[in-house]
Design a protein around this ligand. Structure first.
Ligand SMILES: Cc1ncc(COP(=O)(O)O)c(C=O)c1O
Length: 342
């Protein structure tokens, strides 16, 4: 893809595109520098960087949305800042102050404003903040220096022809995280460790695999790189509670929407894999897809179908419409959820 004016928004997938500017800031001698925008999309780092050897890194993912009036807005970037700082605590990296995190994102979006897809295309601007340990170090210890960088690229709609249910499989032989490991944090190593399980599920014809809680293998933890949500036969909104799942910002937003917009009882509690019958609808939620309806889960050779393998259920559809409507500015947002890029 060449110039921004060449972009056919309807053809975008989820592929790297070099946009004009990215932000970079360096932490050295105990403090962050001012940070700056640059056109250079290559990093030049020490061969002894901890990010390369020991996976000392964390990333985030969020989007900028174009409203009907042409404004550009972010969805809950303060939550991404808080989650990145939790990852930093876990990996002994310095915090990126929330103001610095949000300011960096604002600078990058403004500098690449023509890459924010128009309203109505279903495409959005995906934003990727990263922090990583750099500098010369070879022992297994925290890095002497860090880079915080933010880049962005336009991405296509997750579902181009409406919400499509997907099929998942429980693969008992793989864990995504350890009970007291880094499952709750968004750290690079978690994703390297998930590649093999994902490849196996994809080869067998599934959208992704379901991870069970690593301690007992009886409860649902995550659906690939997304959180599980289920609608019970009593019309309750349920999502798993576990110490090893990534706290999805989409999930907590849906929990709020279910309770306050749809007036449903909501529960964050254990979800047992041998009791999937309690759900009439299910979904996998995250920034990329908002909600992927779960059509079916295969577990120990048996298929469990939720609502339908081909049609999205009515409650998952309502949740999707409200959340995506809030992100696009079509539905009124709870206070503090939307940050306009001016
Ligand atoms: C492992 C994992 N679970 C869940 C999610 C969904 O989180 P969010 O809703 O904040 O995008 C993501 C994506 O960030 C993820 O990588």
């Amino acid at each position: 893809m060449g110039k921004k004016t060449d972009i056919d928004w309807s053809k975008l997938g989820f592929d790297y595109i070099k946009t004009d500017f990215r932000y970079i800031s360096v932490w050295k001698d105990g403090k962050w520098d001012e940070g700056k925008l640059t056109e250079d999309n290559m990093l030049h780092i020490s061969e002894a960087s901890t990010v390369l050897h020991y996976g000392q890194s964390s990333f985030e993912g969020l989007k900028a949305y174009r409203t009907k009036e042409g404004k550009v807005q972010l969805f809950r970037p303060d939550r991404n800042a808080a989650r990145m700082n939790d990852s930093c605590d876990k990996l002994l990296m310095p915090h990126v102050p929330e103001e610095k995190f949000i300011d960096a994102i604002m600078q990058v979006v403004k500098a690449n404003i023509d890459y924010v897809p128009p309203y109505g295309t279903g495409a959005t601007l995906y934003i990727r903040p990263i922090i990583m340990g750099v500098g010369h170090n070879i022992g297994v210890k925290p890095a002497p220096e860090y880079i915080f960088t933010v880049f962005c690229m336009p991405v296509g709609p997750y579902f181009s022809g409406g919400l499509k249910p997907c099929k998942f499989i429980v693969q008992d032989e793989y864990d995504r995280a350890a009970p007291h490991g880094t499952g709750k944090q968004k750290v690079g190593g978690n994703y390297a460790a998930s590649l093999q399980a994902h490849a196996k599920a994809a080869k067998d014809g599934y959208a992704d695999c379901i991870y069970l809680d690593p301690a007992t293998h009886t409860k649902i933890d995550e659906v690939g790189a997304a959180n599980f949500i289920g609608i019970t036969k009593n019309n309750e909104f349920v999502t798993p509670k576990s110490s090893s799942i990534l706290p999805s910002i989409t999930k907590y937003s849906l929990l709020y929407i279910a309770e306050h917009y749809l007036k449903m009882p909501v529960y964050e509690r254990e979800v047992f894999v041998d009791n999937l019958d309690e759900f009439k609808e299910a979904g996998a939620c995250g920034t990329a897809a908002v909600i992927t309806p779960i059509g079916a889960i295969d577990y120990e050779g048996k298929r469990h179908v939720f609502h339908s393998e081909t049609e999205v259920g009515p409650t998952i559809k309502k949740l999707y419409d409200i959340l995506y409507g809030i992100q696009l500015g079509d539905v009124e947002a709870p206070e503090g959820w939307i940050y306009e890029v001016k």
